[in-house]
Design a protein around this ligand. Structure first.
Ligand SMILES: Nc1ncnc2c1ncn2[C@@H]1O[C@H](COP(=O)(O)OP(=O)(O)OP(=O)(O)O)[C@@H](O)[C@H]1O
Length: 536
């Protein structure tokens, strides 16, 4: 009566393929199902890539990766070891260097000591495998996804599943599937699930609502990553159930550590200011038949400085600079041209700048370039040059400028340069600001472009701006105490104030049919015209 036993058994759904089947059949089914999934994953990814990505890791695909597979080489050192044996050009092929060198262990995570240093709560929780729901908030390339990776490989050690979704591509149904599988895993195998959602701010509030009850009841532990302020972008009910971890831009020193590690893993040799090898950063060259590749120490510090705390930009810049030099410099001996005592391919500060320019338009968000570009945009709009205006806008946005910074400047421009010539400009600018706030980059770029073209084409007037500047100058240049507010303009809410003459003689304009003769300025300023000579 085996058949009827199976029919009577309660139905359960397979945590892998989600099909419903009698509980008595689940084990046999799972064996086949897992084997099939394993084979499919191997076919799709190729053995080597899978090894790099690390079994049930946090990369890529939307479906859960289970069961945990043997992990990847754990540290950047061992990843470097895995890269050894290839030529430098081969090492730079395929996945971006930044991805290849993404650390998997907490000990290899650089910087962010304020949240991950010794004695911090998060570190203790990670070490104890107690992962609370987290929102990782920080600028691009500061290590949010990397931290999630580390949590993933850490949590694999105690059998916790780690599932990744990207809010840019995942649909609500994908979230539901993940939740369903997490419920099954919890029910059948008492296995916990951590759900990592990259760019969580891109989920709308109702999509975020989908996982709220499941975070609340512990079916999943949520780790969200966002570059946007979560107070505005994350559902407040969800936010209150998560610990917000604020990651900062990586410091120049941290960036140098990351870059030097990459240089070492590529087998590139580093030269100090005096063009001598700096021993510590040297890597072994991959193949002795290859010409040695050198990089100036100055080039590394410049790269670390220019990438504005974004490790991905820095590593991409390095990768492109090296690739470009390998292509251009295969036969060249740089020693004579650089005035130093080495033969081989030589990477200088200019080469890395060029590499950075290609990978990420060179734009120092914190430095002079930021002010230069915003000034060029302002002046181009003032000069009614719509082409130049768009060009400077794109230079900033493509360089990674915060769109809200540009939008704030447009609000200012609307009053300073267009003013009363087209008062609607201010409405346009505020609408553009809000639009950018709602949808973020890259979608908001066209909102800013529209506003910039509107402003370039708009009539201009600095009448109000100049008049207000004159008022400020008048106040600043006033000698002695400022004149009192005329009594007739003062409000008189109490008897005493009335008795003191407050409001006395004030002419309430609506009571008069004819124009009212009345002074509104202090008597010392009688007849002052702040607009005189300023009409535009
Ligand atoms: N703290 C860090 N320590 C070591 N390497 C890091 C660190 N942060 C970033 N990296 C390197 O930079 C790359 C990009 O970082 P990551 O993907 O974690 O950035 P992110 O903050 O998630 O950025 P985004 O918001 O753009 O997705 C990683 O693959 C890794 O190689």
């Amino acid at each position: 009566m085996e058949g009827s036993g199976a029919q009577d058994a309660p139905l359960v759904s397979c945590p892998v393929c989600l099909c419903e089947l009698p509980a008595t059949h689940i084990n046999a089914h799972l064996d086949g199902c897992l084997q099939e999934q394993e084979n499919a994953a191997l076919r799709a990814l190729g053995g080597r890539q899978q090894q790099q990505r690390g079994g049930g890791g946090a990369e890529g695909g939307q479906g859960p990766r289970w069961p945990p597979r043997p992990g990847p080489p754990a540290s950047p050192e061992s990843q470097a070891a895995a890269l050894r044996g290839e030529t430098l050009a081969q090492k730079l092929e395929g996945k971006p260097l930044a991805d290849k060198l993404r650390p998997d262990a907490l000990g290899d995570y650089v910087g962010q000591d304020q949240v991950l240093g010794e004695q911090t709560l998060l570190r203790s929780l990670l070490e104890a495998h107690e992962i609370p729901s987290l929102i990782l908030w920080g600028p691009p390339g500061c290590g949010k996804t990397t931290l999630a990776h580390i949590i993933a490989s850490n949590s694999k050690k105690n059998g916790t599943r780690f599932v990744t979704l990207s809010a840019t591509s995942a649909k609500t149904n994908d979230v539901r599937d993940v939740i369903k599988q997490a419920e099954n895993e919890k029910r059948l195998f008492k296995r916990k699930t951590i759900l990592f959602i990259d760019e969580i701010h891109r989920f709308n509030k109702s999509q975020q609502d989908t996982f709220l009850p499941h975070v609340e009841c512990g079916t999943v532990t949520l780790i969200g990553a966002t570059t946007e302020n979560p107070s505005f972008q994350v559902n407040s009910a969800l936010l209150s159930r998560c610990r917000v971890i604020v990651l900062e831009k990586l410091s120049v020193e941290a960036m140098e550590v990351i870059l030097k590690r990459a240089i070492k893993s590529l087998g590139i040799r580093m030269l100090g200011q005096d063009k001598q090898h700096t021993g510590s950063a040297n890597g072994s060259n991959s193949k002795s038949s290859e010409p040695p590749v050198y990089i100036e120490e100055k080039a590394v510090s410049t790269l670390a400085f220019l990438c504005d705390g974004d490790a991905r930009t820095a590593l991409n810049g390095l990768q492109l600079a090296v690739q470009a030099r390998l292509t251009a410099g295969q036969t060249s001996h740089q020693a004579s041209t650089q005035g130093c005592s080495v033969d081989g391919v030589f990477i200088t500060e200019d080469h890395v700048k060029e590499g950075l320019q290609r990978s990420h338009i060179l734009y120092d968000r914190a430095g002079e370039e930021h002010y230069n570009c915003i000034s060029a945009l302002h002046k181009s709009m003032r000069g009614s040059d719509e082409n130049a205006s768009l060009y400077w806008l794109a230079r900033m946005l493509e360089g990674g400028e915060d769109p809200l910074y540009v939008a704030r400047r447009l609000v200012r421009f609307a009053s300073e340069d267009i003013g009363m010539a087209d008062p609607l400009a201010l409405t346009q600018a505020v609408a553009a600001y809000q639009g950018c706030h709602f949808i973020g980059m890259p979608e908001c770029e066209v909102i800013l472009a529209q506003c910039v073209v509107y402003f370039a084409r708009a009539p201009k007037s600095i009448e109000v701006y100049s008049a207000y500047s004159n008022v400020k100058a008048c106040l600043r240049n006033h000698q002695g105490p400022l004149p009192p507010v005329p009594l007739h303009l003062r409000n008189a809410p109490t008897r005493l104030m009335k008795d003191l003459g407050y409001g006395k003689g004030y002419k309430y304009n609506p009571m008069y049919k004819e124009p009212v003769e009345q002074e509104y300025l202090p008597k010392e300023l009688k007849g002052m015209d702040f607009f005189k000579g300023n009409k535009m």
